[in-house]
Design a protein around this ligand. Structure first.
Ligand code: NAD
Length: 354
């Protein structure tokens, strides 16, 4: 075995069905008494429900969390947190709401309790992406990592089937890139494979029956493990491409991850034979071929495969290729413009990966 460094992220995880009931206990355990609850406008009712769970013992509710964590929204929330003398933040929602919780927590030092309702995995990472003047910047700091995460499977029941599918593939992408990360290690490999297996087996069932408790539970468990992978080791071509495409052409986060993943892996495949074999073993019906396994999974999930379906224009392919090669980063295979352009063209057109 090669030598390695493994950083166990601190943090407390409460997992199960109905675990939201334990929020008062968690708040008390941390000696907090005036939490600020955060949500998106779409999840106000879940934030209101949290207030009830806490018997009304909150400082306030802020329901303007927005995709890509714009700093003007953060400033508004910070002022509100100050005015109501909040002593903690509790975020309930997906990566957008958790991003706001992280942005407030890192600026104020307030403890952050996180209640994720998608599979994106932000709750497990010390990473924060924020947008100011149309530019998204990402930073990493151990202090960004939420202190407590409550996974309540019941809260994911309302995540629509289509969103569950793409959010779940977004999580699988974290695990896949962790398998071949430059700083990967055996522990993260175990989590990556277990997380991929859990999601790949449960997502097709969720698409058929979104209220299956066992499939929902498996998927959330998988998302937790995949999020841990994202928070522990470096990501490469897949995540960088999605960041470029999403940020530059305003494409939806999880859907972009879903369309790009098979193509990004196909690009790296010649340089990562071991990871490809492990991934194939984790995907049902792969017949020993990870790309085939992913193509089968995506067709079962009935997801859109082409970025043109999300409004990306054909003339943006060259622009995207230029941006993709302009910021050098580590990847198992060198980033070369011609094959990257072809990769982006294929994702744009929605052609299956080979
Ligand atoms: P999201 O948080 O933007 O949620 C999408 C929509 O679904 C929102 O309207 C939300 O209110 C709604 N929603 C969420 N859960 C629901 C549920 N259970 N039932 C009904 N509706 C629900 O989507 P996301 O994909 O979770 O997060 C995307 C954002 O998170 C992006 O900005 C991305 O960059 C960021 N992200 C950050 C990290 C990190 O480590 N920093 C990791 C992953 C994603």
């Amino acid at each position: 075995m090669d030598s390695f460094v493994y950083n166990a992220n601190p943090g407390r995880v409460v997992f199960g069905s109905g675990t939201l009931k334990q929020l008062p206990e968690e708040v008390e355990r941390l000696n907090l008494s005036a939490p600020l609850l955060l949500s998106t406008p779409q999840q106000v009712s879940q934030a209101e429900h949290l207030k009830q769970v806490l018997n009304g013992k909150i400082a306030g509710i802020f329901t303007e969390a927005t995709m890509h964590t714009p700093t003007d929204v953060t400033e508004k929330a910070l002022q509100y947190a100050k005015d109501i003398k909040a002593d903690a933040v509790v975020s309930i929602g997906g990566g957008s709401t958790i991003g706001l919780g992280k942005a407030i927590s890192i600026r104020t030092g307030l403890p952050h309790i996180c209640i994720p309702t998608t599979y994106a995995g932000s709750e497990m990472t010390p990473i924060l992406g924020e947008t100011a003047d149309g530019v998204k910047k990402t930073r990493t700091d151990p202090k960004i990592l939420p202190g407590t995460v409550i996974y309540d499977v019941d809260l994911t029941m309302t995540l629509p089937a289509a969103m569950s599918a793409t959010s779940g593939v977004n999580a699988i992408a974290h695990a896949v890139e962790a398998l071949y990360a430059r700083n990967t290690n055996p522990i993260i490999n175990l989590l990556a494979l277990e997380g991929t297996k859990a999601l790949a087996s449960s997502l097709p069932e969720i698409v058929e029956n979104p209220s299956s408790p066992s499939a929902r539970s498996q998927a959330l468990y998988g998302a937790w493990l995949c999020g841990t992978c994202l928070g522990s080791v470096g990501m490469s071509i897949h995540h960088k491409l999605c960041h470029t495409l999403g940020g530059s052409f305003n494409l939806p986060h999880a859907e972009t991850h879903t369309a790009v993943l098979p193509h990004a892996i196909s690009y790296n495949a010649p340089r990562i034979p071991e990871a490809m074999k492990k991934l194939a073993d984790a995907l049902p019906e792969s017949n020993g071929d990870a790309i085939h396994g992913l193509n089968v999974l995506l067709s079962k999930l009935k997801v859109k495969r082409g970025l043109k379906d999300f409004g990306m224009k054909e003339e943006d392919i060259d622009k995207a290729a230029d941006i993709a090669v302009s910021n050098p980063y580590w990847n198992p295979r060198e980033i070369e413009r011609a094959p990257i352009r072809e990769l982006i063209r294929r994702v744009w057109a929605g052609e299956p990966a080979r």
